[in-house]
Design a protein around this ligand. Sequence first.
Ligand code: ZN
Length: 287
Amino acid sequence: MMLRSGGLLVDVRLVGLVLMLAMGLNPWPLAAAAQPLVDAHLHYSGVDAAELPPAQVIALFDRKRIQAAVVSGQPQWAVEALYRAAPDRILPFLSVYRGPADKSGWMHDPDLPRRVAEALRSGIYRGIGEIHLFAEDRQSPVLAALVAIAAEQDLMLQVHGDAAVIEEIFAQAPEVTVLWAHLGTDPRPQVLAPLLARYPRLFVDTSVRDERFVDDQGRLWAQWRKFFIAHQAQVLVGVDTFWTPRWRRFSEVTARIRGWLDQLPPEVAARLAYGNAARLFGLASSE
Ligand SMILES: [Zn+2]
């Protein structure tokens, strides 16, 4: 848009650009938005599907440049309907829960491995989870059965739990791939670094932890920058739509993720955003 100002033609866009640069803002947000993401932690349940049918989820992914996503939820029909809407973009994980009550008691249910093995026969699942489990239950025979199924069928395990659980899973099956949700329960670089170094099949997702990576100006903390660079092959990003209101904030959360990713060296940001998931799930390269 051109405006006349004191006899001169002034390009409003140019003035805006100069102002943004003077304020230290990124004047090219479109460039940042262009980075495709794979979301490694989404849930899509029956109540989500009632508000946001599969076609709308895929349209949202298109707008936000979500190339693919790990999705679990109950009941299974919701995840499977989403998968059918875009089989090349939805990476379904099998929830072992029949409903919210199972979240805290599943590890004591001896019939669970049989149900899981049966549900896996559809052949669409890439992993099992998200399972919630903490140190006191790490010797659960039900967990051991799930670990054995994951190892045998080459499925990933998405685990929300503490470090002792991760250590137990790798003691049982060192070849299994674990996606450790939310950077674990003690999400500090000094806690995570030795575990990531010890277990090459361990991957972490940063979902719901985005705020802790930046100061109140949105600047990436030096210790997290160092951590992401050092462990760039084992970190994935995610929104974690743990309930329907979180789906309504999807744009806001993906913007926040891109806000800290963009402060990393571009090749590191590309790995966290896309490359690591592409390698794990055999997706096409984003280039
Ligand atoms: Zn979750």
